[in-house]
Ligand binder design. Structure first.
Ligand code: TRP
Ligand code: ZN
Length: 881
């Protein structure tokens, strides 16, 4: 179907299914090309639906082999079966069973949706609508069924057979080389949570007893020979299970919990009930093949998928418009877990960086949409930073607004009231309104309105009256389909910082909620603080209490004072980011004067120098964040229009180089003091020391290239872990030279046979900000490790290139042409990966006119291709609209 013909699905058109399916008995006989699926469905008219309605089951590329009702084969005139649907116009008007047989070819399934093979392992991916590629079904999340699954396969090919729930039987198939396993999941679930795995897999396991006394066998399955890399994932699982018991009172509810790592996977991981399936990149870790960042993401994603067991599975979504109900909430939960396991301020800074770079940019471009979209053509295109990350911010704001206690009570109420149901955002919010006694109807606008609000703030101190007045105003720019914006509820955590730290906050304003919280819910407000003994510096949006832009015109000197005196770590970090951003925005405009940049470089260099001496060793992870300037893409987004990537990049390079020069005296001493001794440890403190050292290494490469190259070579040779070796490679990529090319070659030799490590090697090269990169990337596509069939390889090399600000946006348009050609080629085999890659064009409208022209041409060429997938056509169409 052409996208022009694809129907627009609307939230307002929701109506309950006419039919329900109480139980599903699946009998699946695995075969590489001819897998047989027999599904026995117990159907029942939905009292909430239309009675006497036809039965229309969803399909996708299916072939029907047999069909019967209550055990009797159905007359050919009584139904129609196409690859997309099985229709029975006049089904029995009462409960009945339907037996559907289909045959599918997992080896030919390159879309990686439904049942497919990944390196000889059978696996499934059913969210959002992959189950209909296995059998005809009511493939919608509000149809929930109890599943019993019999899996059969050749013993040699698939000694391990897994599905959801608990194992109830295993056995041999007499007179054959085949065996079977039967799994039963007592918890009713929507089809998108179904999963199976079959293959030769190794595993590690650990018994676990829940707080409420349930014995559970935990296991992590990996490709043969990789079990020694599964320990960190298993350890993370145990820790997040305990945490969910302690912080949210949630216990696990089956006898087994299995995690399986596969090497071909469209996204990060999937929360199938009792059988989470993961991209192996988010499971496998040892010090030689995973970085500190990988250890942290594994911990976070293991937790994310596990947390879905309650927020997603026990309580699922009524329809896909409610996606943020499970995703925003579960991201919030995994962020909180990581904050508790590691450093809360450092985690917050990292999350806000991600939010700004991925979500703010989405919200500022043609693909902007509300946290709860109102219409879609292809739901797979709505697994976005807005639904996930902004969705998590909305939950965080809710917690700030109603307080920790009411938030926990609201969550308890939600778990109690909605357990076992397919719920909506309205039902979720009602629990918090009830628990807090607050009216949340205005707050709900966060789910409806797209765009990033801007808060404009200014303050005045009246020395005579000892009074400080803060004026606050908000506005949200127009976004596609939403020209008019209304004010949202903005919780603004704040402090007034005096020479000796925070001043007491005294006010009679009813916008003040106490505990340093001001709520701006109208277009503007003015709030007066009394008995302020000295002229304060306002510290606003502490902890980034709302996902908004803040415009507050503070002098560099005031920001420097916040950096040294603010009690809020996030705003200390933000103060220096603000100084750098302002200077880079000024210098990054075409034809801009570079003079102010030199002044800022001097001020920043001095502040950082003092900071490193005073507290660089006290909290190295925080110091590493402080040293990392905003990225060129952040500056481009701040400038917002007529963007010239080269001008921004060159300003960024010169500021980084100058800061590096100011710090270079520190480097040898600090690097030595930060060196970790003994064997590699993945804990946050050790990782923080490496992060700071490696941040300094990158600055050295820019400030003193020859010396920097020495340091990179030395670190590469002596490091005992991938984090430090990769950092050496990354820093070296900043230094164009023969030495760089040698190190690149040595890295590839050292990690031959390690595709996940080579992904980082591909990406590091794709990110080189030089005109030669396009040819380099084209050449790397011929490297034996690269394959368009593997999503991780594509994301590393092509996705890496598309994230390269200056080279994707080459002035000759060749970057766009290259990426769009790949999108078209990839669309034939894997539309989901192709459409995500096309999403790299999301910021094209902020570019200067010449680049815009080239980008539009590339997008239009894609849009005009015949036989595009709905996924790619939808993105192209919206990006061009
Ligand atoms: N629900 C998954 C998560 O956030 C992600 C997911 C959605 C996914 N669709 C997918 C994963 C398709 C793989 C393929 O945890
Ligand atoms: Zn999720």
């Amino acid at each position: 179907m052409r996208n022009d013909d694809a129907p627009l699905i609307r939230l307002e058109d929701y109506r309950p299914s006419d039919w329900l399916i109480d139980t599903v008995d699946l009998d699946i006989s695995l075969h590489p090309q001819k897998t047989r699926v027999r599904a026995l469905l117990a159907l029942r008219p939905n009292p909430a639906g239309k009675s006497g309605a036809p039965l229309v089951l969803d399909g996708d590329e299916l072939a029907l082999k047999a069909l019967s009702i209550d055990g009797k084969p159905l007359d050919a005139a009584a139904y129609t079966a196409t690859p997309q649907a099985l229709t029975i116009p006049s089904p029995p008007p009462h409960d009945f069973t339907l037996t559907v047989e289909t045959e599918i070819d997992p080896s030919a399934n390159t879309k990686l949706m439904g049942l497919y093979r990944s390196s000889r392992v059978y696996c499934t991916q059913c969210e959002a609508d992959g189950f209909r590629r296995i059998t005809y079904f009511l493939d919608r999340p509000d149809v929930m069924s109890v599943y019993t699954v019999r899996l059969e396969a050749a013993k040699a090919e698939a000694p391990v057979l897994l599905s959801n729930g608990n194992l109830v039987a295993t056995g041999e198939v007499p007179g054959s080389d085949r065996h079977f396993a039967v799994w039963h999941d007592p918890h009713p679930k929507p089809a998108y949570l179904f999963a199976l795995v079959g293959g030769a897999l190794d595993h590690v396991r650990q018994p676990y007893v829940t707080a409420d006394g349930h014995k559970v066998e935990l296991a992590v399955y990996v490709e043969p020979g990789k079990a020694d890399r599964a320990g960190w994932a298993l350890d993370s699982l145990v820790r997040c299970m305990r945490w969910d018991e302690q912080v949210f009172g949630r216990n696990y509810d089956l006898d087994v919990f299995n995690v399986v790592a596969v090497s071909d996977f469209n996204m990060g991981a999937m929360e199938n009930k009792g059988l989470n399936i993961f991209n192996d990149k988010y499971v496998l870790a040892d010090p030689q093949t995973a970085t500190d960042g990988d250890y942290a993401s594994i911990e976070a994603i293991i937790a994310h998928e596990y947390f879905h067991n309650w927020t997603g599975n026990r309580i699922t979504c009524r329809d896909w418009f409610q996606l943020c109900l499970k995703e925003g909430l579960t991201v919030f939960r995994d962020q909180e877990f990581s904050a508790d396991e590691r450093s809360r301020p450092v985690k917050r800074i990292a999350d806000v960086r991600t939010l700004r770079s991925t979500q703010f940019s989405e919200d500022a471009g043609p693909l902007a949409h509300p946290v709860r979209p109102r219409a879609y053509k292809e739901i797979n295109n709505f697994y976005t930073p807005t639904v996930y990350e902004k969705g998590a911010e909305v939950i965080r704001m809710l917690k700030v607004l109603i307080g920790d206690e009411a938030f926990r009570q609201g969550m308890d109420l939600y778990f109690e009231r909605c357990d076992g149901t397919a719920a909506t955002i309205e039902e979720f919010l009602a629990c918090f309104a009830e628990a807090s006694g607050q009216d949340l109807s205005h707050f709900a606008r966060w789910y409806e309105q797209s765009g990033t609000p801007t808060i404009v703030a200014s303050g005045r101190y009246d020395a005579k009256a000892k009074r400080y007045t803060l004026d606050l105003a908000q506005s949200t720019p127009p976004t596609p389909g939403q020209p008019e914006k209304a004010p949202v509820v903005l919780p603004i955590s704040l402090g007034l910082v005096g020479t000796k730290g925070d001043l007491p906050l005294k006010t009679s304003s009813n916008a003040y909620a106490g505990d340093g919280l001001v709520v701006l819910d109208g277009p503007s407000l003015s709030i007066t603080f009394d008995d302020v003994p000295e002229a304060p510096i306002p510290s606003l949006l502490r902890g980034f209490s709302a996902p908004a832009r803040l415009e507050l015109d503070l002098a560099d000197a005031d920001l420097l004072r916040l950096f040294s005196a603010d009690s809020d770590s996030f705003n200390r970090w933000q103060a220096l980011q603000s100084i750098a951003t302002r200077a880079l925005v000024a210098a990054g405009r075409p034809g801009a004067d570079k003079q102010p940049l030199a002044a800022t470089a001097a001020a920043l260099g001095q502040a950082l120098d003092a900071f490193l001496s005073a507290e660089g060793l006290a909290d190295p992870a925080f110091a590493a964040q402080v040293l990392r300037l905003p990225a060129p893409a952040d500056i481009a987004r701040e400038i917002g229009r007529d963007v010239d990537p080269e001008a921004i990049f060159s300003a960024h390079r010169s500021l980084s180089g100058a800061v590096g020069k100011a710090l270079i005296g520190h480097m040898p001493g600090l690097s030595a003091a930060l060196a970790t001794s003994g064997p590699y440890r993945a804990d946050a403190a050790s990782a923080g020391r490496r992060a700071l050292r490696n941040e300094l290494l990158g600055l050295a490469a820019l400030a003193a290239p020859a010396k920097g190259a020495d340091l990179c070579e030395e670190q590469f040779a002596t490091a005992d872990n991938l984090t430090d070796r990769l950092a050496a490679l990354a820093a070296m990529t900043l230094i164009p030279s023969e030495r760089r090319e040698n190190l690149i070659a040595r890295f590839a030799e050292a990690y031959a046979g390690e595709p996940l490590v080579l992904d980082k090697w591909l990406m590091a090269q794709a990110l080189i900000a030089e005109p030669g990169t396009l040819d380099r990337v084209k050449k790397l596509m011929q490297h034996p490790v690269f394959s368009l069939g593997n999503p991780n390889r594509v994301r590393a090399l092509i996705g890496g290139f598309a994230a390269n600000l200056t080279q994707f946006n080459r002035p000759d348009g060749e970057g766009y042409a290259f990426v769009s050609d790949i999108v078209v080629a990839l669309d034939r085999t894997n539309p989901q990966v192709a459409s995500r890659l096309l999403g790299s064009f999301k910021s094209w409208r902020m570019l200067e006119p010449r680049r815009q022209r080239f980008a539009r041409e590339a997008l239009s060429t894609v849009a005009r291709m015949p036989n595009l997938s709905r996924d790619v056509a939808d993105i192209a169409e919206r990006a061009l609209a």
